[in-house]
Design a protein around this ligand. Structure first.
Ligand code: NAD
Length: 372
């Protein structure tokens, strides 16, 4: 156990179940400080509907600046039906979109890992998903969600036309592909690049750029290419064929949701969004569960805190290079699931239903056992 300099962590719990699941992470942070001699410099702030209620905007510039200054941001979730009446420029969800854009967080990493104890929670057969461990790297600040021209225009005959444009440049493709190749080197060394080069020029360029970068710098990594529609089919047919998948914003949005359901529940899945390292090697990074604020169960104390806890484990690994602590948390989660405890979203016959805080207690108890 060696004392390390305090890492700056910005914690943004947000709305709905966000603060409920974040509370369980805070308890783990306290455990790490007390039992592992680590030190974190933590700042907490409001975002989303909570910030709208207090400050009249979903995120303040001050919070963006705190995010820039932090070594990593741990985000809960935003979204609150009480703000459904406000325009798109004031929605709680703007908080996360603005953070991603202001920090230029262009690569979203979504692991889809099936815990042995939850193999029956998937809608696919256990034989298909057992041992599944894939990582989808999605480009998040470019592509069709941001390309111009865009909009809805009225045609001379009074009917309308909706327009969005898929745009990718060489550098946008290269930087996200680089993230995927680097990750693959730390995993089983395989990248599958996904686009629609058969019908889209932007897909053709995507494939060319990834192929060139691979030949120049990553020959030690295995590279394959797949059309997005085939990838969707293969993810359901034989998902274990994949290790790292890299793709653009639109296909990544869809394929990563698909992959997440292979594992059974939204409440189990963490994610990271990374930017480019600066000249001092500092990597802008935000970690969040893939689920939203779940207003249907907020305030009931029944939300699954594991996605938020595993997001924190990813943060320890990727931003703070604390591999041992990341592993410890992942092992504690796995052991608690093996013991049969389940929150309502992952309950099955013969298992014990527990609340958010009891799941947190069990994970802390398991950390204690593993630490000995
Ligand atoms: P959601 O992920 O919040 O919920 C979908 C379903 O999954 C709900 O039935 C919910 O109860 C359940 N669920 C989600 N997380 C769970 C957990 N940890 N434990 C147990 N059950 C869980 O998606 P939604 O209902 O489409 O969206 C609700 C709000 O969240 C909306 O305002 C949406 O815009 C917002 N949202 C925010 C983010 C984000 O902050 N990054 C992401 C997605 C959705």
């Amino acid at each position: 156990m060696t004392a390390q300099p305090a890492k700056k962590l910005l914690v943004l719990p947000g709305d709905g179940i966000g603060p409920e699941v974040m509370r369980e992470v805070t308890r783990i942070i306290t455990w790490l400080e007390e039992k592992r001699g680590l030190s974190f410099d933590i700042t907490e702030d409001l975002v989303g509907g909570a910030s709208l209620a207090e400050y009249g905007e979903p995120i303040r510039d001050e919070v963006i600046e705190k995010a820039r200054a932090a070594d990593a941001v741990l985000f809960g979730s935003v979204g609150d039906p009480r703000w459904n009446h406000v325009g798109f420029d004031k929605r709680p969800e703007l908080a996360i979109l603005k953070l991603r854009q202001e920090l230029a967080l262009f690569a979203n990493l979504r692991p889809a890992k099936v815990f042995d104890a939850l193999v029956d929670a998937s809608t696919l057969k256990p034989d298909v998903v057992r041992g599944l461990d894939i990582m989808i790297v999605r480009e998040t600040v470019g592509g069709i969600y941001f390309g111009n021209p865009r909009g809805i225009e009225t045609l001379p005959d009074g009917s309308k036309r909706g327009i969005n444009t898929e745009v990718y440049t060489t550098s946008e493709i290269e930087r996200v592909a680089r993230v995927a190749f680097e990750l693959a080197r730390k995993r089983s060394g395989r990248v599958c690049s996904v686009e629609k080069c058969n019908v889209m020029e932007s897909g053709l360029l995507w494939k060319e750029v990834v192929t060139d970068l691979h030949a120049r710098e990553y020959k030690d990594v295995g590279l394959s290419h797949m059309l997005a529609d085939n990838c969707a089919m293969q993810l359901v047919r034989n998902p274990r064929q994949f290790d790292v998948i890299v793709t653009g914003n639109l296909f990544g949005d869809i394929l990563s949701d698909l992959a997440s359901m292979l594992t059974g529940s939204l409440g189990m899945l963490p994610s990271a969004t990374l930017g480019a390292a600066d000249s001092h090697g500092k990597l802008p990074a935000l970690y969040e569960p893939i689920h939203g604020s779940a207003p249907d169960i907020a305030g009931q104390g029944i939300a699954n805190p594991i996605a938020q806890i595993l997001s924190f484990a990813m943060l320890l690994r990727y931003s703070f290079n604390m591999q041992d602590e990341g592993q410890l948390i992942e092992d504690a989660v796995s052991n608690v699931l093996e013991s049969g405890l389940r929150t309502a979203d992952i309950i099955s016959d013969g298992k014990t239903r527990v609340s958010t805080s009891v799941m947190g207690d069990a994970i802390l108890g398991e950390l204690d056992k593993l630490q000995k």
